[in-house]
Write a protein that binds this ligand. Structure first.
Ligand code: FE
Length: 233
């Protein structure tokens, strides 16, 4: 890719990024992951891959304002229109668009081309390990979601059985299962190296807050019972 093309796409990307979990640094990490993965694959079209990485989250703002929208669909269309408006071939713009439209984990729309699979893997790597935990917590803060929810008996939910939005639910629903979803060997190996730190963080956090609730509720109950006795007396 020519430097001027890269800089054109980079400028457009920067003016589309807003939230801190999906800021321009996320885009650079995804691009660098993708380049690392691409070194181990044959026949990669770098013009498609670099453009798709740079523009893959430009639809985030629209999804944030209207959660009914899918940022992958919106972003793919925005990228397509941007590339056409700047004189790129429709076939090239379409390849970039298809990569972007299939990069989302939750969509029933798997990536088809090699570049789309690399983008998917590179983006998922940024939700793996310590950085994945940090970004998920950042995003929970932005959307106002709690760390965890409570079960009817007042104990802390692991996030596994409830459907309330929370960090624990996001970990159990998405982050924990991420490691089976990679398409390339390189990304799978990179993700596996990061898996233990994410699991250890979740387990420690759950252990700490659960112990706090269990011990605290028992102690409070004991004191309240004691107060009742004093009052009765
Ligand atoms: Fe992304």
């Amino acid at each position: 890719m020519k430097r001027e093309t890269y800089e054109l796409l980079e400028r457009y990307m920067i003016c589309c990024m807003e939230d801190t979990a999906h800021d321009k640094e996320h885009i650079y990490r995804v691009l660098y992951h993708a380049l690392e993965i691409a070194k181990t694959e044959h026949g990669v079209d770098y013009d498609v891959l670099i453009a798709a990485c740079l523009l893959h989250d430009i639809g985030r703002k629209e999804q944030f304002k209207n959660p009914a929208l899918c940022h992958a669909a919106v972003g793919g269309e925005k990228a397509y229109q941007f590339l056409l408006a700047h004189g790129f071939e429709p076939s090239y713009a379409k390849q970039v668009k298809q990569c972007i439209q299939t990069h989302r984990y939750r969509q029933n729309n798997p990536p088809q081309s090699l570049e789309a699979k690399i983008l998917f893997d590179a983006d998922k790597l940024d939700v793996a390990g310590a950085v994945g935990i940090a970004r998920t917590l950042l995003y929970n803060g932005i959307t106002g979601e709690p760390l965890y929810s409570l079960l009817p008996d007042g104990s802390v939910s692991t996030g596994e059985t409830d459907t309330e939005p929370s960090f624990f639910h996001e970990y159990k629903y998405k982050l924990e299962h991420l490691y089976a979803s990679f398409y390339t060997e390189k990304a799978r190996a990179m993700a596996n190296e990061r898996q233990a730190i994410a699991a250890a963080f979740y387990n420690s956090l759950y252990g700490e807050v659960n112990a706090s609730y269990q011990n605290g509720m028992d102690e409070l109950e004991r004191l309240l019972e004691g107060t009742d006795c004093v009052n009765i007396i």
